[in-house]
Write a protein that binds this ligand. Sequence first.
Ligand code: ADP
Ligand code: MG
Length: 748
Amino acid sequence: MSKSNGTEAHVQVAVRARPLNQRETDLKSPVIITIHGSQILVNKSQEKHHTPKTFSYDFCFDSMRLDNSNYASQEFIFNKLGIEIIKHAFEGYNACIFAYGQTGSGKSYTMMGTHNDRGIIPRLSQSMFDRIETELKQDIHNDLNIESMDNEKLNDILSLKFSSTYRVEVSYFEIYNEKVRDLLNPNNNHHALKVRENKILGPYVDGLSQLVVTSYQEIETLLIEGNNYRTVASTNMNNESSRSHAVFTLKLTQTLSTEASETQSVKVSKISLVDLAGSERVSKSGVQIEQIRFREGCNINKSLSTLGLVISALATRQSHENNPKSTKRTFVPYRDSVLTWLLKDSLGGNSFTIMLATISPSYDNYEETISTLRYADQAKKIVNHAIINEDEPGKIIRELRNEIDKLRKELADAKAEKSAEKLNAEINENEKLMQTITKDWQERIAETDKISKERHELLEKSGISVCSSGIGLEKDRLYLVNLNPDPALNELLVYYLKTKTSIGRPDASVKQDIELIGVGISPEHCVIEIRNQNQIFLIPLNKSKTYVNGQLIDNERQLRHGDRILLGCSHFFRLNSPGDKNSTSTSPARSSVMNTSSHLSFIDAQNEFLLHQLATDPMTKELRLFLKQDDNNQETNRIISRKTSDVYEREIEYLKTQLMRSESRSSTINSRTHAFEESLSKWRFSNKLLNESEESRSFFNRLKQELIRVNALVSEANTIASEMQRQTTYSAMLQIPVSYLKPGERVI
Ligand code: ADP
Ligand code: MG
């Protein structure tokens, strides 16, 4: 890291371009990114008047093609970024890496990685313990002859030395819609955790568990279980994980004694590893805005927008500081969001910070890529002032004690009731912090064990096999595996099947083997039975919403290996039945949290469900045709092309898909149906002969994705209405203003 004035360091910016994904490859989407050393060139050469744009950063990682000699692997990236972070942590500095980029650009892949190709978080954790072990061995080696010692004795000495010198604590939480959720201690989440700021310790999450760990294996288990819990919680709440921020923190405390002076000092460093929410701008079409407002009560990812404001304020502040004549002070709105408040130190404070921007190389994502690269450009300007956090032991405790004494005195003098109340709250808060800090180490270990046990129990109680989440998935057994739109959470949860497995809500009168929460889940939803020779049957109960391969079933149905099951509105699973000869599945479930799985498996299941839904609705004949078109089908290519991207943007803006409310279904819907069919067919047929272009392809892709999303929401809204016994039906309408059709098109 570049340092000036001892501890001043610019935020380092790294950009990583991922490979084209399957979808982009199928669409033959052109690559618009070229990387040369620390420069990135963005060039839409297919467009005549496009001017290429160049950006430069501290690191540019080219992960676009495996066969490229410059290919940046996970290991390469860790060596470039992670090793430096570890070095700083052992020196006593705070450090932070935050991953920024649109959904699907590779943030989670780079931070967490897959089981076979681990990302920065697991590599960094492992590296921290490797370094501890090396240092301990070195230390012992200076005093004793290690070679002549048996392993058991060496381990005893190592662990004794470890506990007197090092403490490693971890926490893992997510921020969704400005609420903090503890991913390591589910019992903490009955109420959202509050962020507070203490004079001495700075901002912190009140009540967040900080678990103590003594080996990398323990961290690996925490990551797996934390991610499992994140998947369960987000599916149950029907949250979109792409809109949440995941923050993993490693705290390293080193107690160092110098023999000569017999004094001790303590170095503490905190490494924050942040996988941010998808940066896609809440869209030009307004479609996403509508959906998100609807779901998140108008609080459209405040943390992400505030992060943008904070970065820009810090960049401006830096330019003022660089200008000796400037007297301006820039206000940095850290406190305006949970994320920026908690990362205050990492942004413009006491930390070595790396921003890792991830981008897609494809033409399709041009706008988002440019926006990410500009964001990253701003972050380059931020200068942090990192200091070594080294103190004599017990200094913080003394400071807290002094603060409490001071507050008590103020309280004694306080006249007004209100200020007494405030002071009392402050005293309580400080005392609580003091208790946490002064807890005995053994007590902390016991507490960690207790929380781990509870987390295990909670996961197991809801039917998830905890032991399968590591290495030990028993592939020859029958099980359901979850499907999730986020590849990082897909195929994570494994539910082994018994001879008779009941599935329903936790509040059912009879305890269910697999517990699910969410819209459309009945208390006793369905049963899966294994009958002779591994024949599996799914039996829906109480007219529950149970779908097999997209089709609603009202009677028992025999299941096959690879069948997709949808329960309620959002719980998608795939069946693994290895002995089944009539297998239809293409990709068997894999066994870890850090797993890459085919994103398509979820999209396919959702698409399949929607196509079946639409089949029964006359209004959507055209829509169905449209959705069914294969992406690289000639038909799609022949449909509409507009000459400039401007026209397309305007068009998207007007293509608002709305949730329409209608009290009496038949009359209103029929008239809408008519209008819908008419405009859509005019639109399609009249444009067939226009030029095929990348823009039209990319436009239709997006439109298709939006239609799928909106229809999923409509289905959810209808289920909620029926659960509330309301006579209300929702449907989606696609409006194409007549003014957008050319005069000739209006006639057909
Ligand atoms: P994000 O977290 O930004 O939404 P992900 O990390 O989940 O995106 O990546 C989306 C998909 O692309 C995943 O299936 C992931 O495995 C794949 N992917 C991302 N980056 C890479 C890479 N560098 N190499 C290979 N696959 C990648
Ligand atoms: Mg992700």
